[in-house]
Design a protein around this ligand. Sequence first.
Ligand code: 8X3
Length: 244
Amino acid sequence: MSTRTAVVTGASSGIGEATARQLAKQGYHVYVGARRVDRLEQLAAEIGGTALALDVTDEESVRAFTDAVERCDVLVNNAGGAKGLAPVLEADLDDWRWMWETNVLGTLRLTKALLPKLIDSGDGLIVTVTSVAAFSVYDGGSGYTSAKHAQGVLHRTLRGELLGKPVRLTEIAPGAVETEFSLVRFGGDAERAANVYKGIDPLVAQDIAEIIGFVASRPPHVDLDTIVVKPRDQAESGRFARRG
Ligand code: 8X3
């Protein structure tokens, strides 16, 4: 049997990078996609994978990327993120557009383009990394929570539409994971980003990567449908037990 292949979006750092490393360790040839190609090339060299430039918000970029992927057994929709924490009254339309483009339409573009190959693989798997924000709302979070809800709905709809096809679907909804997530959300403000994780033991990217690795290692008849994973120190979005 030829080598199983995985596609990981948003693979230049954080959960995407850790997942690419994990799947490579499990024997997959991993196509890593992101905008920051220099970081990707280093990663691909380390894991024996393929680095390809990918901007999930750009139709042409997605086409070039997915055309270059000859076979796809696993798709990890990881690219996305949050921008800002503004209440609805002060919502920034550009931030909203970015969040919907990356989280929702990005997932749609990649999934749509790679579905025929996932089906042809005979045992396809789509993992979509949403968030606890796909299940709840919080003050100042409407742009992000609405995008994550929509991304989750897109993913969950496929469960019915693909029934009878050889494709499994897993939604992973993490709580606080210390990555570049908060740095991006707060426009590079490192102090504000660090405060999100202050006094708690947050999840780290590897925690999520190992879960994705476990999901991918189950036999074809086992579909882990939805996995919500939080730090022990977190209850709902934004509700933490902080020390010190
Ligand atoms: C982000 C989850 O809990 O950090 O997707 O807001 S949380």
